[in-house]
Write a protein that binds this ligand. Structure first.
Ligand code: SF4
Length: 261
């Protein structure tokens, strides 16, 4: 089902409007915090290396749990020293896997954490904030992040967006930013009719078309809509910020053609 241009514009404006509302309210993730543990929230917001390690955890588990992990890891280890994280991989592995485990991927995460610590020491003189100094272009920061094991296109897009939007890092070239190709974002773009096919290229292109000067600014709005309203089953369309113009293509045939709900 293809959208008429007017319908697309109404939909685009509804998404932009919700993104502006969230920004004005200072909404981050599910509220005012990355995670619901205040100490852990402070930790990832005030220590660049903790933020970087937190990005590694944002996969396959709820965001709140992922962002709590760096602080919990530091509590279990008794330190958050990059030099030790880099070389004491077995200790890191035991700390991550100790019940309750800090992540589902207890075999993969320790390697990513140690490799990230080593790379920050080698390439950024031990200062993770040097990955994203003020004035650097968004695309450059995303590329630097993608050089870390465990950070792909999706996490890099999410991280750069969070640096700009929530940690106040003044990066440039916002027009090169993008929404993260996240399961919630994809579902909203597909069901609403912003994209016809679920592909990283189509989602990125649609985000650029909705907000050419700053496509990444749509990331949180789409992610929250997907998480809170556009659920995999039983979407709450009536309460959704896109309710009016959305195509509501909740059931999709294998060929990608939508069936209106
Ligand atoms: S919850 Fe309903 S209205 Fe909102 S994006 Fe999903 S399908 Fe559209």
């Amino acid at each position: 089902m293809r959208r008429e241009p007017a319908a697309n514009e109404a939909l685009a404006e509804a998404l932009r409007s919700y993104a502006r509302t969230l920004a004005a309210a200072g909404v981050v993730q599910t509220g005012g915090a990355f995670t619901d543990l205040p100490e852990a929230d402070r930790f990832v917001k005030t220590r660049a290396e903790a933020f970087l390690i937190g990005v590694l955890f944002t996969q396959g588990i709820p965001a709140e749990r992922a962002w709590a992990a760096p602080w919990l890891l530091a509590q279990r280890l008794g330190h958050f020293d990059l030099g030790r994280l880099a070389v004491e991989r077995e200790r890191v592995a035991r700390a991550i896997a100790a019940p309750p485990a800090l992540h589902r991927f207890v075999r993969t995460l320790p390697g990513w954490v140690s490799a990230a610590a080593a790379r920050v020491i080698e390439d950024y003189r031990g200062d993770a904030a040097a990955i994203w100094p003020e004035g650097t272009r968004v695309a450059e920061v995303a590329e630097r992040l993608r050089a870390f094991q465990g950070i792909g296109v999706k996490k890099a897009a999410m991280a750069t967006e969070m640096l700009v939007r929530h940690l106040g890092v003044r990066l440039t070239g916002l027009e090169d930013g993008c929404v993260a190709y996240d399961v919630h974002v994809r579902r909203v773009f597909l069901r609403s009719g912003l994209v016809v096919r679920d592909s990283v290229v189509e989602v990125a292109s649609a985000a650029r078309s909705v907000e050419p000067g700053d496509p990444g600014s749509l990331d949180l709005a789409a992610w929250l809509i997907g998480r809170q309203h556009c659920r995999p089953s039983a979407p709450r369309c009536d309460q959704c910020p896109l309710a009016g113009p959305c195509a509501r293509l909740v059931s999709l045939r294998p060929d990608g053609v939508g069936v209106r709900r």
